[in-house]
Design a protein around this ligand. Structure first.
Ligand code: SF4
Ligand code: MG
Length: 456
């Protein structure tokens, strides 16, 4: 956030990252500056675990002007404390802080070159390569330095950088990862604070309204003179389809596409493409919820609450190991009496490894479901994501090694079908899309070295 007037930026940033908790649960951090001091607090854990009243107080600078915050889910760089963000570094332009969502596909090469030239790295995080590149160019104006760094790193990313006096946001040329701009109403005729965030719900959390999305390849900056923009790298928009399938909150509008409406259309599309006779439509909560409503409405088959989800369990997929994921499914889901004696259409957003799906089908059968028809709101995931969604290594992706019929057998469903790629495009009905994990066409490049995880 950037606020021309002193406001409680520590608290606002806390509210903002709390509303983004679904995007990452491994670590959280906030950095605040009052133009002189620069204070960072970060640690492993959920937002509410990392920040207590005392820690938040330490961030409450009286004349706070600029702040950034982050929730982390590791794709590149392991789940270690020193990989938590914001990352900070000292430069010619004073101290800088960076938060990053996404993945740079050429981070390894750029990092190797920089190491040979004498650069030092404190983390195994690809975000640090971006921060170091900016720092290295910081003899220039900070906006120019950032634009120069954007030209060197490729991939899917949205970043927010802060100095003591400026807030800078930038989005990759394909706009794979989302980034929005918002503004609070100013008090007493003053200009209100500006906010940059991955999703609009973070803007609303701090009382800001959505101004617009940052455009693919655009850099925006905010200083005492207001909001400015520079188109660094115009490209073809191909935002990540997964944002609408699963990742974004259901109350978010990204690149003009409402996530709730898109999921309803996905469900309806699936019902038209893959109809089946059954008694009830049951969502896998929460990610399959809205699509199941869409399926039920379109098919005329009643929607029912067939699976209870313990609201205190986190997202299963994001648990970093297989054992953790399996245990979490048991802790998280249990069938209700609604499914007993029923032919069930089970709707979920995606099948990644197939482990959750198998367990869920099992749960329903044990609870007396007579048939289980699995309907999936994304096409089969056959390829890894190099742009910041941890859809697992290729060998773990069940659809990369198994046919649909084999997956059906593996998960124990009576029938299994996925939305078609065209059906998904039609349902999102927005800009062009990245569908690389489904069709292998990577709009923002692929890594040359295949061990992105090993930025050691
Ligand atoms: Fe999103 Fe898949 Fe593209 Fe990754 S590969 S950015 S998950 S659509
Ligand atoms: Mg799910």
């Amino acid at each position: 956030m950037y606020s021309p007037q002193p406001i409680d930026l520590a608290w606002m940033t806390y509210l903002g990252i709390f509303s983004m908790q679904h995007r990452g649960q491994e670590a959280a951090g906030i950095c605040v500056s009052d133009g002189e001091r620069f204070h960072v607090e970060k640690d492993l854990g959920l937002v509410t675990q990392v920040f207590d009243e005392r820690r938040l107080d330490s961030l409450r600078l009286a004349n706070a002007r600029v702040s950034i915050g982050h929730v982390r889910y590791s794709t590149t760089g392991s789940n270690l404390r020193f990989n938590a963000q914001p990352l900070t570094t000292r430069t010619n332009k004073g101290i800088l802080g960076l938060v990053h969502n996404g993945n740079f596909v050429n981070a390894r090469e750029v990092r190797d070159t920089m190491l040979m030239e004498g650069a030092l790295f404190a983390t195994t995080n690809d975000s640090e390569v971006m921060l170091n590149l900016i720092a290295r160019e910081s003899h220039m104006d900070l906006v120019q330095a950032t634009a120069a760094a954007m030209q060197q790193l490729k991939g899917g990313y949205a970043c927010v950088l802060m100095s003591r006096t400026q807030l800078i946001g930038f989005r990759d040329p394909n706009g794979v990862r989302p980034l929005v701009i918002g503004q609070r109403d100013g008090e007493n005729g003053n200009v209100g604070a500006y906010v940059l965030a991955s999703e609009p719900c973070a803007l609303f959390a701090v009382g800001a309204r959505l101004l617009r999305d940052v455009l693919p390849g655009e850099l925006v900056w905010i200083d005492r003179d207001g909001l400015h923009s520079l188109m660094v790298h115009p490209g073809t928009p191909t935002p990540c389809a997964f944002e609408w399938i699963y990742f974004a909150r259901v109350d978010s509008v990204i690149d003009g596409v409402d996530s709730h409406a898109a999921r309803l259309r996905m469900g309806a599309q699936l019902a038209r493409e893959q109809p089946v006779e059954a008694d009830i439509v049951v969502p896998v909560p929460d990610s399959g919820m809205v699509a199941a409503i869409g399926y039920a409405r379109e098919s005329g088959i009643p929607f029912d609450y067939g699976l209870y989800k313990n609201p205190y369990a986190g997202r299963t997929f994001i648990a970093p190991t297989q054992e953790a994921r399996e245990l979490k499914v048991k802790m998280k889901l249990s069938p209700t009496a609604a499914v007993a004696g029923k032919r069930v259409i089970l709707v979920d957003d995606s099948i990644v490894r197939g482990t959750t799906s198998r367990q869920i089908v099992n749960l329903l059968r044990e609870a007396g479901a007579t048939e289980v028809h699995f309907r999936v709101c994304s096409p089969p995931i056959k390829h890894p994501c190099y742009y910041g969604i941890d859809t697992a290594a290729r060998k773990e992706l069940v659809a990369s090694t198994h046919s649909i019929e084999e997956i059906r057998e593996l998960i124990g469903a009576d029938t299994l079908s996925f939305i078609s790629e065209q059906g998904l495009r039609d349902a999102v009905d927005g800009p062009g899309l990245c569908l690389a994990c489904f069709n292998g066409e990577y709009p923002a490049g692929t890594p040359m070295v295949n061990d992105l995880d090993k930025l050691a």
